[in-house]
Design a protein around this ligand. Structure first.
Ligand SMILES: C[S@@+](CC[C@H](N)C(=O)[O-])C[C@H]1O[C@@H](n2cnc3c(N)ncnc32)[C@H](O)[C@@H]1O
Length: 243
């Protein structure tokens, strides 16, 4: 092949790579726009937990593994868990990439610290935490951005700090799916990602985490939701430590 042909081919490949990269981020932006649209509907009229036993279980399991008081919640939504961590005496920073959710948090819990934070973007918090808690949020990150998002989270944990994510897996081998009409909005189609534990463990280790540990989700309202049953979806928690 002549040098000029080779250069053209390389330029084409580089453009293709840029295009593929922008697609991954585009999907994250599409999800974000979706959450902005449904944030108020998702938050409901008042602060309440629809699955209090499960939430308490999850918070307690996280707290058991936490060594310190500084907690970052990622994808906090309406702030229910962040408010509980605050009640329990933790210094919590409630974050989400949707400003509408943060408005709800400010209105419901004016004493909470809140900040816009997108897990797929490199660190912008200028602070390190003893623990990071994400309930139902990481599953919306485009799977092509899984490892780099985990790396971002690792970068804002203190050494030995613990990450706790609530994730889903599918017994039918589904990797990702979309729900149209999400939160009752015909304009919102939402992406969900399923991870087999071995897969997320590999990604966590690649992202620099150690001591990966799994916990099955106890029985909850999610066991009866038809859209989850038909896809063979069950939830679990993963804990991992920043090396
Ligand atoms: C299913 S809701 C869960 C909200 C809350 N954790 C709860 O349990 O009620 C998912 C949340 O993750 C947030 N989220 C999704 N992708 C995110 C990202 N890349 N960075 C930050 N937040 C994200 C959404 O805005 C939304 O608030």
């Amino acid at each position: 092949m002549r040098a000029s042909h080779l250069n053209k081919a390389l330029a084409y490949l580089s453009k293709l790579e840029q295009w593929m990269t922008s697609l991954k981020y585009d999907q994250n932006e599409i999800n974000k726009e979706g959450w902005e649209k449904v944030a108020l509907a998702y938050s409901g009229d008042s602060a309440s937990e629809d699955d209090p036993n499960l939430r308490e279980f999850a918070r307690n399991e996280f707290i058991k593994r936490l060594d310190g008081k500084h907690v970052l919640e990622v994808g906090c939504g309406p702030g229910t868990d962040a408010a509980k961590f605050h009640e329990l005496g933790f210094e919590v920073l409630a974050t989400d990439y949707s400003s509408r959710f943060l408005d709800v948090v400010r209105e419901r819990y004016p004493y909470l610290k809140v900040k816009l934070f997108d897990m797929v973007q490199p660190e912008s918090l200028h602070q390190k935490f003893d623990g990071i808690y994400g309930f139902g949020s990481f599953i919306h990150i485009p799977r092509e951005l899984c490892c780099e998002s985990l790396r971002n989270l690792n970068g804002i944990l203190k050494r030995g700090g613990v990450l706790c994510l609530q994730l889903i897996q599918s017994s039918k081998g589904i990797e990702q799916y979309y729900i149209d009409d999400w939160a009752g909005d015909p304009q919102c189609s939402m992406l969900f990602n399923c991870y087999a534990p071995v897969e997320i463990e590999a990604q966590l280790r690649l992202a620099g985490f150690t001591e990966v540990e799994f916990l099955t989700m106890p029985a909850s309202i999610y066991d009866e939701i038809p859209r989850l049953i038909e896809r063979g979806i069950t939830g679990y928690f993963v804990f991992a430590r920043a090396a």
